[in-house]
Design a protein around this ligand. Sequence first.
Ligand code: HDE
Length: 704
Amino acid sequence: MTSQKHPDAVHVDEKSKDQQLARDRSEPTGNFLTTDQGIRVEHTDDSLKIGARGPTLLEDFHFREKLTRFDHERIPERVVHARGAGAHGYFQVYESQAKYTRAKFLQDPSKKTPVFVRFSTVAGSRGSADTVRDVRGFAVKFYTEEGNFDLVGNNIPVFFIQDGIKFPDVVHAAKPEPHHEIPQAQTAHDSFWDFVSLVPETMHMVMWIMSDRAIPRSFRMMQGFGVHTFRFVDEKNTSRFVKFHWKPLLGTHSLVWDEAQKLAGKDPDFHRRDLFESIEQGDFPEYELGVQILEEKDAQALGVDLLDATKIIPEEIAPVQPVGKLTLNRNPTNFFAETEQVAFCVSNIVPGIDFTDDPLMQARLFSYLDTQLTRLGGPNFAEIPINRPVAPVHNHQQDGFGRHTSNVGRANYFPNSLGGGCPFLASQQQGGYVHHPEQVSGKKVRERSASFNDHYSQAGLFFRSLSEPEQQHLIAACRFELGKVETKAIQERVLEHFAKIDALLVSAVAEGLGLPAPKATPVTPKGPPASKALSMEAMKMAMPPSIKTRKIGVLVADGVDADELMALRKELEAGGAQLKVIAKRLGTVKASNGKDVPVDKSAMTTASVEYDGVFIPGGAASVATLKKDGESRHFVQEAYLHCKTVGASKDAEELLKACEIDPAAPGVVAGSKAGAGTALATAFAQALAKHRHWDRKDNDRVPA
Ligand code: HDE
């Protein structure tokens, strides 16, 4: 009989996953180079030849192994979500959720459940840029003591389509067009808009991806959503509907489109780098898990079908209740082994959580396991360290490519007597997964429920819930994307849909396209006319101001006022922000007091788009040099264009003038008004805590 542990007897803590991963780590430091067979290598720079200029020998097993392994390094990239970044961490529940679910990881506030999270873009290839306009994946693997639970979500709470059978169509339409494989990682092309113009259920999601949500400032500053309706099932088998939400504790923030496009060139790894560096510096990203709970009996009265993934339940109807906190505190040791090989499956679920009949979710229950078979080369991908549960695994699965486990004994079937009947079955009380016994009946049909039919009202709800600047950004994004569409009939069809969403939307987009606006006939939502939780600006207002983890570029040259720089550094670092000194070249600059000021970045290796604000300290000689320098002026103007906080001490206001920036403009903190030293630094930090100054009306006047 194989040795068995009852699941209840297993104590799992956060460290067990770390230990599991550590066991599979190769530590090159202090060790000899070996072949895959463990044979120590004596020479690896020349192949084995007959004479120094002679032919290479087939016998050279080290050479052949090295090249063979290299030739096979690539695996197929994910068909969607190919570009991503991952991190380890843990999840801790605030208080027991026993009233809703029997899931063990949601019971004990003292327990830390290890997690691995992978954030991603959807459309681009593995090497594409981070800051493209796209949905972001937010996939969380909880290694619970009852097995793995994968919450494979996005940063947008709805999806393009209602039935998974259309997934290949929407993805083909969004990906590069097949004849020339252009464009990379963008929806600004004919085939995407052709598809959405013919499938009106996409309209709600189209609003979200044209909004600033699709260009997050950081993975650390975006929400996550389970999208589908799941079930929570309690100890007594009572089922309730649940929607999962992640809220970043740093708030939800975005880039602006011009910035996002420039970053794609200046630093294609902007989000990946930001996540990695923040964790290295101890600025651990944190997200609160919240749930919207709906009693089954109340679902009918909602006016929205819970099985329709193109709809939200406004938080005014079902508030988000906080459940616990996710903290990401460790970077992967090896990108490929962990981030690339992690295999999320929507079907990975634990007792106390269950699926619904959402046809999009049902398709996903099939698709994820299926895709891993190809991507990870066979059925044994769950044995790759990053995918291995911390809960023990015992079953009669066997063989296949890449098998690690050596099954013990001869009984590889069930039932058996030769193996003592093991492994044995677990009742619900022993932690066995029992599917919720939902009552279903009906005819076998290929049909869409009539309750899925309203495709416009929540698109309008979203648009009208945005602040004016957010609406303007959305309109500009539609003008940009549709402006790149070459087929006029597609543009016209999209406008017909927009007319059913909102009058301002359709007229403004039509104007940008030089087309007549169809008559607006917006469909009114059944619930509230607007919802605060949909606007990032409204959410920002509800949060305490903070500059935590924000990055400020400080432009300096020889003669800079070091005391002013020091006062600024003190203030910003006290608030958790980071200051980077930027000069023409690396090394140091000589301050006006004769001291050397170390330079963090040379101007040619960085750009304003990598910072949340810019500051120019005083020092007449420093300011005079910067004023003459086009690169420095561009830096300041570009930050201004992107509505970032611009600070300048009194002496440095000359530079603002040279940049055609009004020192009294919103978000410009100038020494003549704000004072000097600590007073100036405090005023700058306060302005920075607003993140962007959308009320800056003349920013597109500056030539950046
Ligand atoms: Fe996915 N999706 N998806 N998806 N998805 C994949 O699985 C699929 C959908 C999401 O970081 C694939 O392992 C279908 C919604 C994330 O590794 C694939 C449908 C949501 C990730 C797949 C959807 C998502 C994926 C590709 C419609 C938000 C990245 C590689 C029925 C709730 C996970 C892979 C990671 C990845 C299929 C729709 C989120 C092909 C068929 C809705 C975050 O299996």
